[in-house]
Design a protein around this ligand. Structure first.
Ligand SMILES: [Zn+2]
Ligand SMILES: [Zn+2]
Length: 294
């Protein structure tokens, strides 16, 4: 671990700053108890939708994609509501999938690594531990294998054999102002992405935190490789980010409610901009909409 990367935030003045967009491409109607919280009390069984995002980092002549989402066939097979192909959302931002040269894969679960072949010119940036995990003995267990698609794993291996995979082993700088950090916990090699923006350091937590509430309450999503590592991960992302508003959870519908929409697009929000509303106010509004007391 390189403590200098997150001992303070003084480097933000020297680093280039980037735009970051969250692109929601699918959604799923889940319940809080059992589905979204490990070991939750059944009386907390309320509606708690799960959104699916990919993220774009843009600036300094670079466009970096974080995760690739899944495709329509996978959505149908797994019963998820598909809203857009991620490449169509990129097109809305004026980005052609063929022009993407860097894709950071947070981890190899189906909802994060499902469209690798749609980015034929991209080099994948992934943790060595994640590739070992999704191709190793842990996959002998059906329950561990379930959030993976073998064709996604094959696509990553094809890219490796084309000479277009760069492995990280811990913390790694992708470009000035953009770094990845090994967290683990949810999968063996889950990594988060730290990005300098005009409002400070934002951390794209991916599945290190599905919802803001997981970090705040110390609870976990039920898909866990290592419980203490996942809890340590909450602390690590908090430390890497400039404030709780700078931690961007991987699946929280509040992301779309809290950040300004790009060009009025319903499913693209700007994470480099200040949040437009307070966390608790938005939670209250959502609870009223769904009739739930959260
Ligand atoms: Zn995951
Ligand atoms: Zn996920």
């Amino acid at each position: 671990m390189n403590d200098a990367l997150y001992s303070d935030n003084a480097d933000s003045l020297d680093s280039p700053s980037y735009e970051i967009f969250a692109l929601r491409y699918a959604t799923h109607d889940t319940r809080r108890s059992g589905e979204n919280y490990l070991g939750d009390d059944p009386h907390d069984d309320i509606a708690m939708p799960l959104d699916f995002y990919v993220w774009v980092i843009r600036g300094e002549g670079r466009t970096v994609l974080v995760d690739t989402g899944f495709d329509a066939a996978t959505a149908m097979r797994r019963g998820r509501r598909y809203l857009h192909a991620p490449v169509d959302l990129l097109n809305a931002l004026g980005i052609d999938a063929h022009d993407i040269d860097t894709v950071i894969i947070s981890h190899m679960h189906y909802d994060h690594a499902g469209n690798i072949r749609a980015f034929p010119g991209a080099t994948l940036r992934i943790q060595e531990a994640e590739m070992a995990y999704c191709t190793g003995r842990c996959m002998c267990h059906a329950v561990v294998r379930r959030p993976f698609e073998s064709r996604d794993v094959c696509a990553a291996i094809e890219r490796l054999h084309a000479g277009r995979v760069v492995f990280a082993d811990g913390d790694e700088v992708i470009a000035p102002g953009i770094s990845v950090h090994l967290v683990g916990g949810h999968t063996a090699g889950l990594q988060v992405v730290r990005v300098n923006t005009a409002r400070g350091h934002v951390v794209l937590a991916s599945d290190a935190a599905h919802y803001w509430d997981h970090v705040r309450s110390g609870h976990l999503f039920p898909i866990v490789h290592n419980v203490p590592s996942m809890l340590d991960g909450h602390r690590m992302i908090t430390k890497l980010a400039d404030s709780p508003d700078h931690v961007i959870p991987g699946h929280d519908p509040l992301v779309r409610a809290r950040f300004p929409h790009w060009n009025g697009h319903p499913d693209i929000v700007a994470l480099h901009a200040q949040p437009v509303s307070d966390m608790h106010a938005v939670e209250g509004e959502l609870a009223l909409e769904t009739g739930d007391a959260r």
